[in-house]
Design a protein around this ligand. Structure first.
Ligand code: GDP
Ligand code: CA
Length: 318
């Protein structure tokens, strides 16, 4: 069995732990297509937060409490940059993490595509799944906001971390997406997949930028494999993070049905066949989708693996 997963960072990484557990039982092969919309250049370093969250988590090097970055991290460089007054100061750059960004930046500057850089970094971390960036091209999520009476576009990281998603926001733009091509291997993986899983990642700023690459969306929407998605919303709130604020910008109700409708049924121009919602949301309906209610709390790897098995059974590939 071949499984393709579309995923963002922290939620995506936790989900992939469960997918990997199922793959180890069944001998399945897993390709994770990861969001690059959060990627940003700071202090001359190319930073790929979602790729790193997945790589560190699957490689056993993530900080379980913070959810992002390295366990046992130190912050000497960040403090030194602050002492120079070097902007921005709002981004958490740990010393160990910086080594990753140094290696990545150097390889990108030498001309390697991000997918090749990711593969090289994964030589160390051995995540146990194939990790591909959605695109080797620049696809960057920006928020169009009002600051000090003026309308301007700021990088998603600035919106999320510096402003805590708390300023008047008109919309999100995925800069570069229209002309971006899928990274090498992405289309082949989707075409050869027996099933495509959409992780319970942020639908607006993790899943949407992946699908904003036109050929990726086309491949998922029209490909041979059934597509099952998982709701990141339980009840009327995200399990973690600020997806509610992102959905508000989109004018989409913060509910499993709202997010399911945003991703939409393949039969109606969307990307899903099946939509898994939490057992407490049984009764939720989305036009055109098979909705299944099962426990969706990723409390540990075993619980997450059960979610994955439920999805495979729902689309008839287990
Ligand atoms: P980010 O890129 O680091 O923001 O992470 P993702 O976009 O991959 O995932 C964030 C989403 O994961 C949030 O919207 C959360 O609601 C969702 N999430 C986190 N933990 C859980 C969980 O245990 N169950 C479900 N269903 N969703 C979760
Ligand atoms: Ca992210």
């Amino acid at each position: 069995m071949r499984i393709v997963v579309l995923a963002g960072g922290i939620g995506g990484a936790r989900f992939l732990l469960g997918v990997r557990a199922v793959a180890r039982e069944t001998g399945a092969d897993v390709t994770a297509v990861i969001n690059v919309g959060d990627d940003v250049t700071l202090h001359g370093l190319r930073i790929c937060p979602d790729l790193d969250s997945v790589m560190y988590t699957l490689g056993g090097g993530a900080d379980p409490e913070r959810g992002w970055g390295r366990v046992g991290e130190t912050w000497t460089v960040k403090d030194e940059l602050a002492a120079y007054g070097a902007e921005p100061t709002w981004f958490g750059l740990g010393d160990k993490d910086i080594a990753t960004h140094l290696v990545r930046t150097r390889m990108l500057e030498a001309g390697y595509p991000l997918s090749a850089v990711t593969e090289a970094l994964c030589d160390r971390w051995q995540p146990g799944v194939r990790m591909l960036p959605a695109s080797d091209d620049r696809v960057e999520t920006h928020a169009v906001v009002e600051v000090d009476g003026a309308t301007r576009a700021i990088h998603f990281q600035e919106w999320w971390i510096r402003y805590r998603a708390g300023i008047p926001t008109q919309r999100f733009v995925f800069v570069g997406a229209e002309t971006a091509k899928p990274a090498a291997g992405v289309l082949d993986a989707i075409a050869a997949a027996d099933v495509v899983l959409v992780a319970p990642s942020n639908p607006v700023v993790s899943i949407a930028p992946i699908l904003a690459v036109p050929a990726v969306r086309e491949a998922v929407a029209t490909g041979p494999a059934p597509v099952a998605g998982f709701s990141p919303i339980i009840g009327s709130a995200p399990v973690r993070g600020m997806a509610d604020k992102c959905l508000e910008v989109m004018g989409v109700e913060c509910s499993p049905a709202g997010v399911g409708g945003l991703l939409g049924a393949r039969s109606a121009g969307g990307v899903l066949d099946a939509w898994l919602v939490d057992e407490s949301d049984a009764g939720a309906q989305v036009p055109g989708l098979t909705v299944r209610a099962v426990p969706l709390w990723m409390t540990d790897e075993a619980a997450t693996a059960t979610m994955v098995r439920d999805a495979l059974a729902t689309v008839g590939v287990a």
